[in-house]
Design a binder for this molecule. Structure first.
Ligand SMILES: Cc1ncc(COP(=O)(O)O)c(C=O)c1O
Ligand SMILES: [Zn+2]
Length: 494
């Protein structure tokens, strides 16, 4: 529970020696000289802003971010990080924009990170010397015109979250979680190791950030259900890699039990610290579009923490006046692992009260979202409701062809991005997404992590799939005439 020595005041809660509530002291203009080496900032818990855990179900539970707690002890609901919004609102939107732009992708450590450049919105009171950053975020937003035209649209963008240290969006949240662990250990909280269950990308990020900071990590993986690249990442980074004879949902059950012992800290996205980092992708997208919201944002969903995080980021920007409207949100699921899609279809609407029944997820090429019991379903349902959103699904054929189609326009889409692209194609074909509307598709991982999927597609060896856009390599004798014939066969005679 609350530690009076924690150094921040919760609204309505009295800290010894302090007045009942603390009004935000206006920090305008925010000093851009804060962009400096760590030494210049190391005093740096910014006293103006603060954040804490609260029960996402709305009961009165509150706790400091340095407490080892993942669920509300009163109602078992998930927690969320709540910020002192009055303090954030006291800064004009134009100052936030200038501050974030001034830091974005700059060389100053750690503010050049896409996450830590927004530290005030993420984990304001974290000591900068405890930040564990691999320069995450700052990923490209690509306009994919040729692909857009092929599917009858004019303004489609791909937010390339996979162009980052461990190759997926998981870096955005993991930098926050591992930094928080470093801070806790520095304060004497006895955390022996950090653990996660993973469909591959979470474990890669956890292992890398833990290795960078010298914190032991344990990863529980479903044996045989992740890509070779994903498996070798935590192995290389020195994690204790445990391959369990189950699926992701089975690994999730075990890791939740494992982390009942408080010295094993849980790193899955049910831990809301990760959501704080992941929500910064929304801010980057808005910034890269000149501080405007697209009409649609489409994201693949598995455990559904990322969809909730994306929504949280947009809602915060609207609240603080950085945006004057919200995008509509589409959560895209693989048909073989679609508990959210089914729930919203059944209910005919989205909202946190819509029950999401766990299903047995079937094998999907989008292996990182092969999840039947999404822990963060409520987070996603809240975001869909708030962003006037919807849920779409994609078959194996649809996701594989959509990824290949985008690749033929220069992308290199992972299968999960394929799910989001396929959802876009279906919505465009049905006229839900209109030709002139601006769409941002969140690409969640680098295609190179899923080369097995790409090889299978182009070799035509994926069972049950008819790869319409195959482009297999042509094997030839090493002669000029053989090469000339192949060129003529593809591009026509001269
Ligand atoms: C590449 C990729 N895409 C999408 C997701 C889904 O994110 P979430 O589980 O937060 O819904 C994951 C992770 O689970 C992932 O690794
Ligand atoms: Zn509660």
């Amino acid at each position: 529970m609350l530690d009076p020595g924690e150094g921040f005041a919760l609204p309505g809660l009295r800290r010894p020696g302090l007045p009942l509530t603390r009004r935000a002291t206006l920090a305008i203009p925010i000093d851009l000289r804060q962009i400096g080496p760590p030494a210049a900032m190391s005093t740096s818990t910014n006293p103006t802003f603060s954040a804490w855990f609260r029960c996402a179900e709305g009961c009165a539970f509150r706790a400091p971010l340095t407490e080892v707690v993942y669920r509300c002890p009163r109602c078992q609901g998930l927690l969320e990080v709540e910020h002192d919004l009055d303090a954030l609102r006291a800064v004009p939107a134009a100052d936030w924009k200038a501050l974030f732009e001034g830091r974005f992708r700059g060389g100053a450590w750690p503010l050049g990170s896409g996450v830590w450049g927004k530290k005030e919105w993420v984990y304001p009171q974290l000591a900068v010397e405890n930040v564990v950053s691999m320069y995450e975020g700052g990923t490209p937003l690509l306009r994919i015109d040729r692909y857009a035209r092929e599917i009858g649209l004019r303004d489609v963008w791909l937010k390339e979250c996979g162009v980052t240290h461990t190759g997926s969006f998981k870096d955005l949240g993991m930098t926050v979680l591992v930094s928080a662990v470093k801070e806790m250990r520095a304060r004497g909280v006895p955390i022996r190791a950090v653990a996660c269950a993973s469909t591959g990308d979470t474990s890669a990020a956890l292992a890398a950030y833990c290795a960078a900071s010298g914190i032991p990590s344990v990863v529980l993986l479903p044996r045989g259900k992740i890509s070779t690249a994903q498996l070798i990442q935590p192995v290389s980074n020195g994690a204790l890699v445990l391959e369990l004879d189950t699926d992701f949902d089975g690994c999730m059950r075990v890791v939740q039990e494992l982390s009942l012992t408080p010295d094993i800290y849980l790193a899955n996205s049910m831990n809301s610290l990760r959501i704080e980092g992941q929500k910064t992708v929304a801010v980057e997208v808005a910034q890269q579009l000149g501080w405007s919201a697209p009409d649609w944002v489409i994201i693949p969903g598995g455990n559904l923490g990322n969809a909730g995080a994306l929504g949280k980021g947009f809602l915060l920007m609207k609240d603080l006046g950085l945006l004057d409207r919200l995008p509509r949100l589409v959560v895209a699921q693989a048909e073989n692992a679609n508990p959210l899609y089914r729930a919203v279809e059944r209910a005919g609407r989205a909202g946190p009260d819509v029950p999401v029944e766990a299903i047995q997820a079937r094998t999907t090429l989008a292996s990182a979202i092969q999840i039947g019991a999404p822990v963060s379903a409520k987070r996603a349902l809240r975001a869909i409701q708030a962003l006037d959103g919807l849920v779409e699904q994609a078959s194996e054929q649809e996701l594989a062809d959509a990824a290949a189609r985008a690749d033929l326009s220069g992308a290199f889409a992972c299968p999960h991005t394929g799910v989001a692209l396929a959802a876009l194609e279906k919505l465009a074909a049905r006229g839900v997404v209109k030709p002139q509307e601006r769409v941002v598709v969140i690409s969640t991982a680098h295609g190179l992590k899923f080369s097995d999927f790409k090889v299978g597609y182009h070799e035509g060896t994926i069972p049950g799939l008819r790869p319409a856009l195959r482009n297999p390599p042509v094997k030839l004798a090493a002669t000029l005439s053989a090469v000339q014939e192949a060129v003529a066969a593809r591009f026509g005679e001269r």
